[in-house]
Design a protein around this ligand. Structure first.
Ligand SMILES: N[C@@H](CCC(=O)N[C@@H](CS)C(=O)NCC(=O)O)C(=O)O
Length: 210
């Protein structure tokens, strides 16, 4: 059985939960409570020296990095719905979209970055919020333009791809931080469509105990 080290509000873990549900792969979710610093516990660091979620464990294999996990799932279960189409040009476009969020946007909103802004510069709640909103707006603005050239019901055409796995969690975080989404009509429409799909519904963040 696949094991996912997970946190309900982690957008990187959310990407992987969507992928696992899309592919119909059974997994056990093991919570790592980021708010309580469990990602830095010695036991967890032995599994994932980065001290981040998600981490996928498949027998003796441990894979960190959500996009590396998605690639592993595609490669190890080739008979399940693929996250990238075969066409190299389409794959390149979809990867550009996914990485716009996963590399250029998400890391700047991460808990440890916000904690460091507070520790080094005394940034308060409002300043940290403004920081997060600034970087999410910047990333979504790029993706909105990329989607204008490529989207159908999904970020690239009408089939769910890796780009959609990054978009839905990023919009979840944007809403968490009250970022107005009026500048991103196409992304909001895509997200509304994604949220009708069973894999996206099953993967949604649910606070433990609710
Ligand atoms: N690039 C990594 C990012 C992983 C990551 O930053 N995870 C966040 C949650 S979304 C985390 O574990 N943060 C803990 C912390 O900042 O201490 C991936 O895509 O998996």
């Amino acid at each position: 059985m696949l094991i996912l080290y997970d946190y309900w509000r982690s957008s990187a873990a959310y990407r992987v939960r969507i992928a696992l549900h899309l592919k119909g792969l059974e997994f056990e979710s093991r919570p790592v409570d980021l708010r309580h610093g469990q990602q830095r516990d010695a036991d967890y660091l032995r599994l994932n020296p980065a001290g981040l979620v998600p981490l996928l464990v498949d027998g003796a294999l441990r894979v960190s990095q959500s996009l590396a996990i998605c690639a592993y799932l595609d490669e190890a279960w080739p008979d399940t719905p693929p996250l990238l189409p075969p066409n190299p040009r389409a794959r390149a476009t979809i990867r550009s979209m996914a990485l716009t969020l996963a590399c250029d946007t998400h890391p700047l909103q991460n808990l440890r970055v916000l904690q460091q802004l507070e520790a080094d510069f005394g940034a308060d709640d409002m300043q940290r919020g403004n920081w997060v909103r600034h970087w999410i707006h910047s990333g979504l603005a790029t993706l909105e333009r990329l989607a204008t050239d490529n989207a159908g019901a999904c970020c690239h055409g009408d089939t769910v791809t890796l780009a959609d796995l990054c978009l839905a969690p990023q919009l979840y975080t944007a809403r968490r931080y009250d970022l107005p989404l009026d500048d991103f009509p196409r992304l909001v429409a895509i997200d509304a469509h994604l949220m009708t799909l069973p894999a996206f519904i099953a993967a949604q963040p649910v606070q433990p105990g609710r």
